[in-house]
Design a protein around this ligand. Sequence first.
Ligand SMILES: Nc1nc2c(ncn2[C@@H]2O[C@H](COP(=O)(O)OP(=O)(O)OP(=O)(O)O)[C@@H](O)[C@H]2O)c(=O)[nH]1
Ligand SMILES: [Mg+2]
Length: 421
Amino acid sequence: MFDRVEITVRAGSGGDGAISLHREKFMPFGGPDGGDGGDGGDVILLADPSVSGLGTFRQGGLYRAGNGGSGQGNKKHGKKGENLVLKVPVGTIARDKKQTGEDVLVADCKLAGQQAVVARGGRGGMGNTRFVSSTNQVPRLAQKGVGGEEVSLVMELRLIADVGIIGFPNVGKSTLLAAVSAAKPKIASFPFTTLEPVLGMVEVGQQRFVLAEIPGLIEGAHLGRGLGHDFLRHALRTRVLIHLVDGTSESPVEDMAQVNAELGLFDFSLAQKPQVVVVNKVDLPPVQARLAELKKAFSDAGISVFFVSAASGDGITELMAAVLKLLNKITAEAKVTEKVPQAVFRPQPKRAAAIVVKQGNTFLILVPELERIVDRVDMANPEVLGQFRAQLNKLRITQALEKAGIKPGDKVRCGNFEWEW
Ligand SMILES: Nc1nc2c(ncn2[C@@H]2O[C@H](COP(=O)(O)OP(=O)(O)OP(=O)(O)O)[C@@H](O)[C@H]2O)c(=O)[nH]1
Ligand SMILES: [Mg+2]
């Protein structure tokens, strides 16, 4: 199962705004009629229950949404770029792996049908129609479209199970899962039979919960021993853990402590999850013979424990009833304290505070809307430059420049264009 993949997603760029003047016979100077560019398409994750893994993305690569069309004359706006919808299994979480090394959760697709925008399309540029004003009847200004967001996405599948069975290899996790659900995990008398988590649905009276067998852990799993411990991410979402130990083991208490140490080394929150501790294989005579000794060992360690036989079914009904009771209690408590998760994880981009910055003799104008005009039009044309200056007045940038101490002859730069004040 491919449950961790890295891909790059790129949203579509916005289309450029048009510069156009309406022309008709006998009307040499009709009004400006340049339409806006269309917005770029978004990249969207869709949680689809018919998708079982992230295998389609295992090659990595670039996934891109459509670009917006350019605006045209006659006030025709450009077409919106097509969204790219990537179908992912329910339970996928996606993080944006930033170049700075930090990573940000951008999607948590817990429910079937849930959608999350992971890369936002760029806005289309404004056509010259939008720059008409009382003082500028024939604007030659328009904006370039904004580039689409590009995100390095790490997607991970986290199974959504209420309860996880953890423990050393070969303790009987699969046997327990098979005993209480319709799941058919492979059962064998050697360790590491189960290599990937297996899910089953448990019914207790009128209630149901999802139980997952988590592959066996051994001491040093965090160093890669045995199967390693990456699969533990699937246990992160469970609310309760059944910690299964083998009654035939030399020291079940010590086994338990070792598995718990590995949980903590993977993720602190995992070690904090409530556990129901269970000694398995009590049908075996050697285990029967030491029941009293085992009870004492656990009670000395302050741990209450269930004794079961997954093979014969002994104690299983009581165990599942206790697990359900604990699950209900925790779920009820969590509902009180849990905040409603926000659909959008992506923080809104911060607005730059400084609009004008002095750098040596040059004054930089840091206003994206204006930079996009500079990118789109021919600034070398004096008429265009004049109109651009009027725009600076209108947006009170001129005032900001003067406040920053600009004098005639100083250099001004906006985007890629520099001119003399
Ligand atoms: N006698 C007895 N044997 C059991 C019991 N539960 C499991 N076993 C046996 O123990 C062995 C391991 O059982 P599994 O259910 O495969 O154990 P597991 O924990 O899933 O093992 P891995 O997936 O390899 O980590 C098998 O031979 C089972 O038949 C039990 O209650 N009694
Ligand atoms: Mg197993």
